[in-house]
Design a protein around this ligand. Sequence first.
Ligand SMILES: [Ca+2]
Length: 511
Amino acid sequence: MKFKKISYLSISAFAFLLSGMSAAQTIPTITCKSSPLSFNTGYDQDAGQLLANGSQDQQWWVSSTQSDPSGSIGPGSTATWKPTSVPYAANISPAWVSATTLGNETNWVSPDPTGVTYTRPPYSYPYTPAVTNYYRMQFNLSPEVPPSALKLNMDYNNDDAMLGVFINNSFQTLPAAGFGAGSAATAQLNGPWVTGLNTVIFSMADYGWSSGLLAHIRSGASPCSESPLEITKSVSKPIFVPGEVAAYTITVSNLGTLDVTGATLADPSPSGLLNGSWTCSTSGGATCPAALGSAPIGFDLVAGGQLIFTLSGTVAESGSLTNTATIAPGTGGVCAASTGCSATATASINPVPNLAPTWTIAPTSLAIGQTTQYQVTVTNKGGLGSTDGQLTITLPAGMVFTPAQTAPANCSISAASMVCTLSALTALGGTTSVSFNAQANAVFSAQNMTAQVSQVTGELVLSDNVASTPVASFAAPIKTAEPVPSLQEWGLVTLSFILAMLGVYRNRRQS
Ligand SMILES: [Ca+2]
């Protein structure tokens, strides 16, 4: 006996568990694109048709009490709930508005498939006190939908009389309405909604006999009064080195059923991005704005459309690569609750040394044999200090270092090239200079002297590592040699002078 009893209890518990599992309430997830029919009583949204007469509506559940005649107290946490039922065809009163006249988008539900709350006997009608039926519908509001944008106008008929509605425990009274065609009323279900689970409970009086609710939102209506605009942002890599191209992708999506006009996108280029430029592509029938790059970018975005903007530029030696895009959602739009109005993408610059030579003293025209000073300055433009490197200076044919045997400090000369070992240079502007003398020993025109930096540990940007300066040489002007008079010549000169002077003297005496 004892064993049998235990066995019986176990089976009962198991059966109860099974029935509990099978009776889970259907809780749809609602987006702004959801069919309004998702909310309707007696309707299977997945199948796209009315629930069969006599079947349960797992989305609309009911609990009954005789201790809340105003309907405003609401079901307590201990209320017992069960699915409503679409009454058998024979139990749908001919006086009730028919599902067919409402486009077969909604049907009556009742506490019992016989179309009553309690059958009699044992219950006798009218109920004393009156029964209040709570009809409960729950749904999850999708994360992107701002609760303020969800606005439902739900028409209803009832038997016997609507008392009011709880939206997430906030009660509002509603017109009693009636059960016949033309006696519907409308419940403005504007919240307060929350992201995630929402609970709507209609309180309805039942005095006995037939008992039911028909509630529906008409096809074509949008659950949302505004379209959520979602903004997302990504960057092509998490870590960049200077000189690389960084690309940010900003995607704005219209997640609703209403077109949006007059929206804007603001996205200041981050300090670590140089020469930023914009492109745009689309999906879902959207149109790219004509004026890109003039911040903020104005745009329209049709329902279901997507604008994919990219901001590309060259990564600087240092600075921030954190970039935030912000939208103003325009007319018909609202920022998606899941993203808000802004999206940020972050990347970092991995600083490296970046050396570059420049000619700081560089005469371009030399006379042959003339000693001329030159100077090359090497600057570390990178965001990280350098530790080493070498500078090679190469002279064109026809030029030599002078004096060839004495190189500047840390440099060595080999024929027409000089190699200097570079000291450590601090980040973002550290410099060192090498001065040397050179001279031309031939005539030439339009040749280059070059300075090249190489072998810098960690350096990646090499495009700026060579600097050239033009040089030409010309022949030194030839000084005409004055012939040195010989003694004999001096004598003739002197004699001529004396003779001339004598001639002058004689002429004066004669006159
Ligand atoms: Ca460099």
